[in-house]
Design a protein around this ligand. Structure first.
Ligand code: G3H
Ligand code: 13P
Ligand code: ZN
Length: 332
C-alpha cells in the first residue's frame, strides 16, 4: 500500500474547490506513453496550471498500470526540475469499471479514481459507487462518479444513444454515494466522431459540419440542485479541424470528424464544471505531426525524429487548452 501523498501527488478536493469558486476548469489529459506525459507536464509547468493525469483501461492494457504510476511519480520530480516549485498533479483512474480496479489503483498510489457504473441501473450505480467511496476515502483518495450515459465508446462499454443526466436524481445520488465529483451527460461523447452528419447542420460558407449545442439547460438545473458541487465533462475534445485536414491530406482517413466547439467548453468552464476530459485531441495532434514527418522526410526512421515533433505539437495543444479554453493557467 503506497499513499499518493508520499509521491508528491494531490487529490482533486482543493483543486476542484478553487476551480468552482474561480470559474475555471482543471484539464484532465489522458496519457499512455512518455511523450504524452512529457508534453502534459511541460505545458502544466510552463503555465502553472493544476493538472489531472488520467489512466484509462486502454492505457493500462497498453502500457501497464504499475509502470504508468511510476511514470506519474517521475512526473512530479520532472515538474520540479522544470521550475514548478509546488506541482499540483493528480493521478486519476479514468472510467474505473469495478471495485477491484479502483482498489488496486488506490493501493498503488493513485490520488483519485473514477467509478463508472453509469451503465448499471440507478440503485446498482449507487451501491457500487458508495462501496468505492468508502474504501477510497479511508486513504483520502477522491472519487468521481457518473450519472447519465454518453454516446460513443466509454472504454469498452459502448452506447449507441446518450441519455442526459436527470437533474432530479443528482441530489439523491450525490448524498447517498458520498462521491466527490459527478460526471454528467449533456451532449458530449467520446472519440473524434461526436455527432453524425445528420445531427449537425452545415456552415453554408465552408461546408463544414456544425454540431448541435450542449444541453446547458440541463447543466444549469444540476448546478441549482447541487450548488458548488464539482461537475465533470467527459468527451470534451474539440477535434481541431486543422489536425483533421493535415491527417486527411497526408494519407489519413477521418471523414466528417467533429467535436465540441471550444466556445462551449469555455462557457462550461465558468460554471460548476471543474474538470474537462481531453484525450482525442492529443491523439489527433500526435497523428498529424507524425504523418507530416513521414510525408516530408520519407527517409526518417529514428523514432525520436517523429515522436519529438509529435510531443511538441501535443504540448502546444495542451497550452492552448489551458490558457484559451479552460482558464486554469496561473492557478497552481
Ligand atoms: O474514455 C475514453 C478515453 O479516451 C480513453 O480511451 O480506453 O482507448 O484509452 P482508451
Ligand atoms: P475525448 O474522446 O473527447 O477526448 O474524451 C476523453 C475522455 O472523456 C476520457 O475520459
Ligand atoms: Zn471519458
Amino acid at each position: 500500500m503506497v499513499s499518493y501523498k508520499e509521491l508528491g501527488l494531490v487529490n482533486t478536493r482543493e483543486m476542484f474547490k478553487k476551480a468552482v469558486d474561480g470559474g475555471y476548469a482543471i484539464p484532465a489529459f489522458n496519457f499512455n506513453n512518455m511523450e504524452q506525459l512529457q508534453a502534459i507536464i511541460q505545458a502544466a509547468a510552463e503555465t502553472k496550471s493544476p493538472v489531472i493525469l488520467q489512466v484509462s483501461k486502454g492505457a493500462r492494457n497498453y502500457a501497464n498500470q504499475t509502470l504508468l504510476r511510476y511514470m506519474a511519480e517521475g512526473a512530479v520530480e520532472y515538474a520540479k526540475e522544470l521550475g514548478w516549485e509546488n506541482p499540483q498533479i493528480c493521478l486519476h483512474l479514468d472510467h474505473g469499471d469495478s471495485f477491484e480496479t479502483c482498489k488496486s489503483c488506490v493501493d498503488l498510489g493513485f490520488s483519485s479514481v473514477m467509478i463508472d457504473a453509469s451503465s448499471l441501473p440507478y440503485e446498482e450505480n449507487i451501491a457500487l459507487t458508495k462501496k468505492v467511496v468508502e474504501y477510497a476515502h479511508k486513504y483520502d483518495v477522491t472519487v468521481e462518479a457518473e450519472l447519465g450515459v454518453l454516446a460513443g465508446v466509454e472504454d469498452e462499454v459502448s452506447a449507441a444513444e446518450s441519455h442526459y443526466t436527470k437533474p432530479e436524481e443528482v441530489i439523491d445520488f450525490a448524498t447517498r454515494t458520498g462521491c466527490d465529483s459527478l460526471a454528467i451527460s449533456i451532449g458530449t461523447s467520446h472519440g473524434a466522431y461526436k455527432f453524425t452528419p445528420e445531427q449537425c447542420t452545415r456552415d453554408p460558407k465552408t461546408g463544414k459540419l456544425v454540431p448541435p449545442p450542449l444541453a446547458f439547460d440541463v447543466l444549469h438545473e444540476i448546478e441549482k440542485k447541487l450548488p458548488g458541487f464539482p461537475i465533470v465533462l467527459h468527451g470534451s475534445s474539440s477535434v481541431p479541424q486543422e489536425y483533421v485536414d493535415i491527417i486527411n491530406e497526408l494519407g489519413g482517413k477521418l471523414p466528417d470528424a467533429v467535436g465540441i466547439p471550444e466556445e462551449q467548453l469555455r462557457e462550461a468552464s465558468k460554471s460548476a464544471v471543474c474538470k474537462i476530459n481531453i484525450d482525442s485531441d492529443s491523439r489527433l495532434a500526435m497523428t498529424a505531426a507524425i504523418r507530416k514527418v513521414f510525408h516530408d522526410k520519407p527517409g526518417e526512421f529514428d523514432p525520436r525524429k517523429y515522436l519529438g515533433p509529435a510531443r511538441d505539437e501535443m504540448k502546444k495543444l495542451y497550452i492552448h487548452k489551458i490558457v484559451n479554453v479552460l482558464g486554469s493557467n496561473g492557478k497552481a
